[in-house]
Ligand binder design. Sequence first.
Ligand code: GAF
Length: 396
Amino acid sequence: MSEPSAATQNALQTNARSKAGSWSAPGRVNLLGEHTDYTGGFVLPMAINFATTATITPADDDQYHFDSASFPERRTQSRDDRSPKQGGWADYPTGVLRQMQALGLDIAPFILHIDGNVPLGAGLSSSASIEVATAVALLGFSGHKLPLEEIAVLCRRAENQYVGAPSGIMDQFVSTAAKAGHALLLNTRTLAYEHLPIATGTLATTRVVVTNSMVKHSIASGEYSVRYRQVMDGQQALREQFPEVEDLGGATLEQLAACEDKMSTESYKRCRHIISENGRVREARVAMTAGDAAAFGKLMVSSHASQRDDFECSVAETDFLADTALTLEGCYGARLTGGGFGGCTVSLVEAKNVPAFVTALQAAYRERFGIEAPCYVCEAVDGAVARHPEVVEVAL
Ligand code: GAF
């Protein structure tokens, strides 16, 4: 029998430190705070009972292998591969691997298998759940630890720098840091966060119902980037007039109005949505803390109007779902959730009314658009770190 090659010996040695296993990270629904997370604003999402699982086993051929139950593409790359993105789902875990390598973490050859049930392209953060599941799996597999915030930031960098989508930090952060039974209030500038209990006061008898319009949404495609550019232009004009304003998270509607003539109409409207939405998240914190379902629902309704009229990221299908939901018994509020241009709506509904609500909403949507709209009654679940605390570097 011939001796193992040097590469195989090296892989075997590193593999001896590697731990095969499965790690998971959830998708999310955003309750309030849309398109506020790339200009230092506030968001209020919760992680949902749909997740991505990354299963890793050591590879004995000195390569990294990626495959998935949900996508036909399989990818294999060498340990020193630094080629740019290829297009396709495997860019997401590859981007995470590259970020970890850039941090100098040694990761042995592996076979990474991705599986899960987060609806794809529905605005429920399927991409971020792949990124975070991969990050946590690579850490668990290789025995490395990172601070919680660094896991989320690294996954966002993977998406921004490798995949090339200019997304904010919300999705990666909630998939990492969420706590069961709570929504997560995040300041996206400072990354300070707070877990707010969901089931208090009149909110205790409500349910979060997500309705999938089945109109595909992708943040890697055009419209999200167009909005991002318009927002950045508006923010820049605002900063020139008010140098003390760091970002839209710290700006007021009065300041924006004072420089309306310094930006395009589109930039003005996008920024107006963001600044008003930040105000709504602050109010939502009060409503959630007080357990006031009616107040929370009203904020959802005005958020939808602002997304529709100012940010212009809703489509006829999601407008219809949000508007129809409001006509049904037991519904406190409804809005487009996630990046928009399709995707899902989220409704806050009295638990006892949920079955009739779902039936009526689906029937109305079928009649209007001829489309079956899946509805998901969502629970607030733990993020990846609460599921796998061994990968987190805890400050003592
Ligand atoms: C997508 C992005 F990935 C998030 O960062 C956020 O901007 C969201 O759209 C809109 O609020 O999910």
